[in-house]
Every structure is written in C-alpha cells, then in structure tokens.
Design a protein around this ligand. Sequence first.
Ligand SMILES: NC(=O)c1ccc[n+]([C@@H]2O[C@H](COP(=O)([O-])OP(=O)(O)OC[C@H]3O[C@@H](n4cnc5c(N)ncnc54)[C@H](OP(=O)(O)O)[C@@H]3O)[C@@H](O)[C@H]2O)c1
Length: 297
Amino acid sequence: MANIAFLGAGMMGQPMVRNFLRNGHAVTVYNRTLEKARPLEALGAVLAVTPKAAASGADVIFSSLVNDEASRVTWNGPDGALQADLKSGAFAIEMSTVSLAWVSELNEIATARGLHFLDCPVAGRPDVAETGQLKIFAGGDAADVDAMRPVLAAISKSVMHVGGVGSGIKFKLIYNVMGAIQVAACAEGMQACEAAGIDIAVAAEGFSTGATGSPHVARHARYMAENSHEEPIQFSGRMRIKDLAYGVRLIEDVGGQSVIGRAAKSVFEQMVELDMGDLNDSELLDTLRRVHQKDRA
Ligand SMILES: NC(=O)c1ccc[n+]([C@@H]2O[C@H](COP(=O)([O-])OP(=O)(O)OC[C@H]3O[C@@H](n4cnc5c(N)ncnc54)[C@H](OP(=O)(O)O)[C@@H]3O)[C@@H](O)[C@H]2O)c1
C-alpha cells in the first residue's frame, strides 16, 4: 500500500481520496481551504496545512486543482510540494486539467528534484469519481505508468497510456474541446427547437436516441429538458471556458485549427457575461434563452 499525498480536495479530489482510503492506502491531504477537507479526516486521512508538509516522505504525490495558477503555487510555491523533503524515486502525478505549457514546466522541475513525473488527467464527473471508474489519460514513460497501475486502480478501471510526458494532457484537452462542442451544440439545438415551437422533452428524446446521441448530448439534453442541471454543481460553465482556452491554444500551437472550439468558447462565455458562469454547464440552454429574448426585445 502506498503513502499518498493528495493536493486539492475539491469536487474531484474528495471522491478520489475516499477511494484511495477504501483501498487501504495512507493519504495525507492538503487543501487551500483546510476546513473543506475535514470530512476526509473522519475517514482516516491526515490533513496537512501546506503542500510541502503533505508531500514530505510520500511515495506518490497527486494533485487535482482548478487551473495552472493553482497547480503552480501548490507544487512550486514557497510552501509547495516540491520544497518538501522528497522521498527518492517518488512519483509526482498531475491529474488537473491544466495547460500543456505548465505540465511541461512542472515535469522539468519535478524530475530535476528526482521525482518520476506523469500527467494523468481524468475524464468523468464527481459521481463517476465516487465509483472509482474515472478514465485516466496517462502521459509518461511506459514503465512509470505500469509502476503506478496498482495505485491508480483505486480510482480508475481504465488507464490509457497515450505516450510520453505531456501526451495525457494533450489528449485530455482535445477530448474536452470535443466534449464542450457537443454540449454547446446540444444547447443550441434545444434552444432552436424551443424557438421553433417543438416541445423540448420531445427534442431531448430525439437528440438522445438519434445519430446525434453521444453520451454527452444524451446526458445534457435530459438535464436541459428536465431543468434539473445536476445538484450539487459538478462542472461549471467557467470550467468549460478554462478547458476550452487551454485546448484551443494547444490545437492552434500544434498547427491545427479550432474554429468550432473557438465558437464553443464564445458560446460558454455568454454564461459568464450573464453572471451564470458558476452554474452547471447544462444551464447554457437558459443562457441562450435569455440571449434570444434580449435579441427579440
Ligand atoms: N468536475 C468535473 O467534472 C471534472 C472532471 C474531470 C476533470 N476535472 C478537473 O479536475 C480539476 C479539479 O476540478 P474540481 O471539479 O475538483 O474543482 P473544484 O471543486 O473547484 O476544486 C478546485 C480545487 O483547486 C483548489 N484551488 C483553487 N484555486 C486555488 C489557488 N489559487 N491555490 C490553491 N488551490 C486552489 C481548490 O481549493 P479551495 O477548496 O480552497 O477552493 C480546490 O481544492 C480541474 O482541473 C478540473 O478541470 C473536473
């Protein structure tokens, strides 16, 4: 069993920590807002007041943080995990959806400190994380990925080795751009149906069961039609915009074009403009309804 340091007890971090504990690992948790991590203490986790304290002596250091800035300060700030008394040969595993540029820099800093580095962003929402069924897109040496499979088994039954360091986050960002495009398309289609006088429950059924019915569209069309939008919030409009910003930049940096990705980003940005950015991404339909009403007024 591994001695794990886990940085970031957010919506994704908490269920992952619970699964490491359920599988018999020892887990020390750092969260910027310590109180939010308190429920994990009752389950056997040790809470640390700095990332540095959490990482000292750990076999594996995981992070699940909101963005580049949060990851940078948590790993490499004055009290960051990389300032710890690190165990030789330990692993640093970044699971956050962050930019390729930051993952590449973090890899350099972590390996210079003698750590094995993997980028292992995840797919699946907090409810999926709770079941230990996340998809992991792993970037790093094959031997390092294989060495970590027994530990990762606590949170995932699907660890896909994409390629060398950085490949996991490249794939995840492109995957999330495609996902966001589908959610934006779903909201646009639902709003268009409504404006055209079609019952949105009927529209949701048609989109979900027809050739348009990817798992993403099926899930979001149902939330939109039922006006249920998952409570508590699992993935906000603001998070979509963050992923699209990193993803579109990556696609364009590697010489691709991301015309539809850029369009999806501007569609989600309307959620923030209407002060709806912290709501679930499926509330995009309500944003489009409000934009439509404003345009017609
Ligand atoms: N939610 C999903 O469905 C989902 C699915 C797949 C991947 N992801 C990715 O997983 C990562 C975590 O997402 P989440 O849903 O768990 O988000 P979340 O609930 O908002 O948690 C964000 C975490 O980042 C920390 N944080 C935020 N700003 C910080 C800062 N400036 N310095 C240090 N720590 C900071 C938060 O600490 P506080 O508690 O102190 O705010 C919290 O631990 C993100 O990269 C996200 O894109 C999410």
